[in-house]
Design a protein around this ligand. Structure first.
Ligand code: N01
Length: 548
């Protein structure tokens, strides 16, 4: 069943399913579709598997959910799970890439993946009920099902500073880092941005550069990561507990098997609250948010207690009080922008060769041949690094040139913001499924766990369609309207919409402002998806296209 069937006319290969992207999502989707006996082709624009982990090779890049849960679970393969051992609490990019290559080898995925294959158009032909795919090199193919596995953070965003092309030195975006690496040693380096990426990059760059300028527009509440090597005892114990740990992770809102106590920060006296924060802080990472209080995202007063705690921690780490003050966020509540995990970021500002530039007070005006000009003056640099983020969640989908029924582009349909049913489907685009799309939990969870849930639901739906004498599944407009209303209602109950962040599209000029990820939590989302499946997918129209 895996053999590629050739179309009767021309040389356009036909498949049952085409998957776009060969990162975590694409590899798992390929595995599930093969299990169903479908002919599948994966198109990947990179030269290898890995997705995010193929492109983001900047120094310091690592996951910030703990490695032992940042991987495929026993749902993919108990054997692969048992054979892989992580070396650090948060695995570095090279190690994660090696892991995904290991998975691809073990699963024999590569023969079904075409690398260096950028999809430039994906058009639904209603007369044939097929998706016609075009690649950058002019090749075409078609399939019944189209699954996008393009990642949430794959389209880099570089602000249109005047003069970028005039810069005489080297210039890089972290999300498209040269594979051969960049030698920063002894160079004057400017980093623009202070999000999760810059927070990982800065301590590394600080060690090598002669001078490092960090241009900060908005400070973040960076959480202590406490990265370090994993002991063999720890990894052995985790492996032994995996069946229960994965089951627990799947039932939590964020896809991590942590102890989540339902409690408000306001129902504790200050000393007890402090004790709870300190305990979570000592553990490091997202424990600070997931194991403290459950109303930090819902109640401003509760949130204030955590924001205050974190501001104090920044002041403890940074020696120069003026620099500490500048690094301390005051204009938004904790968690309303994605909190970076830091391993030596604040301490980097205690070094003589590292300076913080206040790009809020003195915005970057232009790039000059010699460096960066702000209203304060010119900062001369040999290397400029843009750690300026991504056109998240929709950027890569729009770039693919997706066109549904009646020639309507996805971009046109979502011009006012995404409209989806469960984040995975959208009406007018039959048999198209989106892994970790907008209005699904995606980036608000531990991604591999959510990817497995999305891909399993999609595979089960495809199985159901084929077994029920149908060949088309398409979200109904009613179901879509209800899902968007539900999504917006629960988003509005959180503090998230009030802060400018990429979660609300505020980092991209002209992008509709709406909360892109789903805030109901993975376990709630899973329950809703399962219920839909158990009831025969009432939110989808399942139809037969041709008489069988
Ligand atoms: O991008 P960002 P990122 N002048 O958008 C600044 C994930 N991730 O690549 O905040 C000056 O967060 C911008 O300033 P402001 C993670 O989900 C995961 O860092 O808009 N500055 C901001 O500081 C993360 O959230 C890992 O005021 C300008 C920065 O650029 C997501 O990826 C590691 C500017 C962009 O920050 C994105 O993170 C890394 C301008 N004109 C990332 N324009 C893991 O560990 C923008 N900025 C798995």
């Amino acid at each position: 069943m895996r053999a590629v069937r050739q179309a009767g006319s021309g040389h356009r290969p036909e498949f049952d399913a085409i998957v776009v992207g060969a990162g975590f999502s694409g590899l798992y989707m390929l595995h599930l579709l093969r299990k169903l006996g479908l002919s599948v082709k994966v198109y990947e624009q990179g030269g290898g598997v890995g997705g995010t982990w193929y492109w983001n090779r900047y120094p310091g890049a690592r996951c910030d959910c703990e490695s032992v849960y940042y991987m495929f679970s026993d749902h993919l393969s108990k054997e692969i799970l048992g054979e892989w051992t992580w070396t650090e609490r948060y695995a570095s990019q090279p190690e994660i890439l090696r892991y995904l290559e290991f998975v691809a080898d073990k699963m024999g995925s590569r023969p079904d993946i075409q690398f260096n294959a950028r999809v430039t158009a994906a058009c639904y032909d209603a007369t044939r009920n097929r998706w016609d795919i075009s690649l950058e090199d002019g090749a075409t193919s078609s399939s019944r099902f189209l699954i996008t596995a393009v990642g949430c953070l794959s389209t880099t965003s570089t602000p249109a500073f005047p003069g970028i092309d005039t810069f005489a030195g080297e210039c890089y975006h972290t999300g498209a880092w040269p594979h051969e690496g960049v030698d920063l040693s002894g160079k004057r380096v400017a980093v623009i941005g202070t999000g999760s990426t810059a927070v990982q990059l800065v301590p590394e760059a600080a060690r090598d550069a002669s001078d490092l300028w960090v241009f900060q527009r908005t400070p973040n509440y960076d959480l202590a990561g406490r990265n370090g090597p994993l002991s063999p005892e720890y990894t052995t114990r985790v492996k032994a507990d995996y069946p229960a740990l994965w089951e627990k992770a799947r039932q939590t809102d964020f896809g991590l098997p942590y102890e989540v106590a339902k409690r408000s920060a306001l129902s504790f006296p200050p000393e007890d609250r402090q004790r709870i924060y300190e305990a979570a802080w000592a553990k490091g990472g997202f424990h600070m948010f997931l194991e403290t209080f459950t109303d930090l995202l819902l109640d401003k007063q509760s949130n204030d207690t955590a924001s205050r705690f974190l501001r104090d921690k920044i002041r403890e780490k940074v020696q120069d009080p003026a620099v500490a003050e500048l690094l301390t966020p005051k204009d938004h509540p904790f968690l309303t922008k994605r909190p970076p995990l830091e391993n030596g970021y604040y301490e980097a500002f205690n070094r003589d060769n590292v300076s913080l530039v206040d790009a809020r007070r003195s915005p970057i005006e232009k790039i000059t041949p010699r460096g960066i000009r702000t209203s304060d003056g010119e900062y001369q640099a040999d290397v400029i690094i843009f750690a300026t983020g991504f056109d998240a969640m929709t950027g890569s989908l729009f770039r693919m040139g997706i066109t549904g029924r009646n020639g309507q582009s996805l971009q046109a349909k979502w011009a006012g913001g995404p409209q989806t049913y469960l984040g995975m489907t959208t009406s007018g685009f039959p048999n198209m499924f989106v892994i970790c799309g907008p209005q699904s939990p995606s980036v608000l969870s531990n991604m591999p766990v959510t990817i497995e849930q999305n891909a399993e639901w999609i595979a089960e739906l495809i199985r159901y369609v084929r077994e029920h004498d149908a060949d088309t599944a398409e979200a109904t407009e009613d179901a879509e309207r209800d899902w968007v209303a539900h999504h917006n209602e629960i988003a509005a109950a959180t503090l998230l919409p009030g802060t400018d962040s990429w979660w609300v599209g505020a980092n991209i000029a002209g992008k509709p402002r709406t909360l892109y990820p789903y805030t109901g939590g993975l376990s709630t989302f899973r329950g809703i998806c399962n219920q839909a499946a158990e009831h025969g997918y009432p939110g989808l129209a399942l139809t037969r296209h041709t008489p069988h």
